[in-house]
Write a protein that binds this ligand. Structure first.
Ligand code: PLP
Length: 391
């Protein structure tokens, strides 16, 4: 095959991801050929290794796992027993984290717009750190008359991030200062600043602009007599899907350089709240082929999950690698992969290199599937979401 051939490139990268997974957790890899489908197999060993890697890279930062990425109880318990903190956005996520044994001092909530009942439940449980990015949110929290700590969500560029998060949340520098000032006047504690460079971020420049903007807010707040304590650098740590990605070590080294330049980091409380970067590569979703067809010259296979059943990110910016355990000796060609539902939007991927001789009943592994998959799954068309098996 000539170098650069799309079939060969895909096949090689999928093989590499599969080999890595099998080497790191042979027992989890063995199960991929045995479990019923659809199942998301999560490796506890890889979760722990990845947590340790992120911890080491981000030494000096408190790590809060963003539970939304994968809220499986076993996953939450695994991180709790490793000593992680947690970022939660709903009462259900909060209860899971509390049940896993993490106390309120290890929990923050960074969704800038929260249901009032959730804020109340957090305060009752002793969780008192909340992101805000509007005056209305400050009012919502202030109503409870506790000295809750609030940190403002700053809008920052999400350029090149495969899953941008910049449209719905965040304020500019001027408004960020006003929101913090207002929180102070409403009896809350202006605690710090947060931003999110976009999920699956491979562009270091986003962190650069974010830290510079944060510094500006920090100084302008200081001039108004507001002494902030904390900087939260959000999520964004990428995983390997169809190509190599920035490692936690590379991001942390770059970020540390910025913080040294723009902030005196010794006096600063630093936080990160990674989701995808902690769980994505620890999961493989095992599917079965349920159909095959050729339409207008395009070869299709159909699988027993889909964009409504765990692979929603395929509708946006995420492209998965697919691996066929029967593939070693087969010739490959390009397929479109359709999901299980009747909806014609339910197309998981196009131009995917898979063995020519795939048949109904064969297995397909979706690699790097531990983040934002089962948490998004619905019961559309009466099909159950993939189950999660943590081993
Ligand atoms: C507030 C907040 N924090 C953290 C995360 C986790 O981001 P990532 O999965 O990119 O690490 C998200 C993702 O949506 C988020 O909205």
């Amino acid at each position: 095959m000539p170098y650069g051939d799309p079939v060969e490139l895909q096949r090689r990268f999928a093989q590499k991801l599969m080999d890595d997974f099998s080497e790191r957790d042979p027992e989890a890899a063995r199960l991929l050929n045995e479990v019923s489908t659809p199942t998301l197999v999560m490796s506890k060993k890889i979760l722990k290794e990845r947590y340790a890697e992120v911890r080491r890279a981000f030494e000096g930062f408190n790590v809060y796992y963003a539970v939304k990425a994968n809220d499986d109880e076993g996953v939450v318990e695994t991180f709790a027993s490793e000593g992680s903190g947690f970022e939660v956005a709903s009462s259900s996520e909060l209860e899971k984290v509390l049940r896993a044994g993490a106390g309120p001092e290890r929990i923050i909530s960074s969704n800038p717009v929260k249901p009032p009942e959730f804020v109340e439940r957090c305060l009752e449980a002793g969780v008192d750190r909340f992101a805000v990015d509007s005056f209305a949110e400050v009012d919502k929290i202030a109503r409870f008359r506790r000295r809750a700590r609030v940190y403002v969500r700053l809008a920052v560029p999400n350029v090149g991030s495969d899953w941008p998060l910049s449209r719905k949340f965040g304020v500019g520098v001027d408004e960020a200062v006003e929101v913090l000032d207002y929180a102070n006047r409403r009896g809350l504690v202006p605690y710090g600043i947060t931003f999110h460079v976009g999920s699956q971020c491979n562009n270091l420049q986003n962190w650069f602009v974010a830290v510079k903007r944060a510094k500006e807010v920090w100084e302008r707040a200081y001039r108004r007599g507001i002494k902030l304590q904390m900087l939260n650098a959000g999520g964004g740590i990428p995983a390997r899907y169809t190509r190599e990605s920035l490692s936690p070590t590379e991001i942390a080294a770059y970020l540390r350089g910025l913080l040294n330049k723009y902030f005196g980091i010794k006096t600063l409380e630093l936080q990160i709240e990674p989701g995808r970067g902690l769980v994505a590569e620890a999961g493989v979703m095992v599917l079965s082929v349920i159909g095959r067809a050729e339409r207008f010259g395009e070869k299709w296979i159909y699988v027993d999950a889909g964009v409504f059943h765990g692979l929603a990110e395929a509708l946006g910016g995420i492209r998965y690698s697919f691996y066929s355990p029967k593939g070693h000796s087969s010739e490959y060609e390009l397929f479109t992969i359709g999901g299980i539902s009747c909806d014609s939007m339910d197309v998981v991927a196009e131009k995917v290199a898979l063995p020519k001789d795939l048949e109904v009943g064969d297995r397909i592994f979706v690699l790097t599937a531990g983040a934002y998959t089962t948490v998004y799954a619905s019961r559309f068309n009466g099909f159950e979401p993939p189950r999660v098996l943590l081993v």
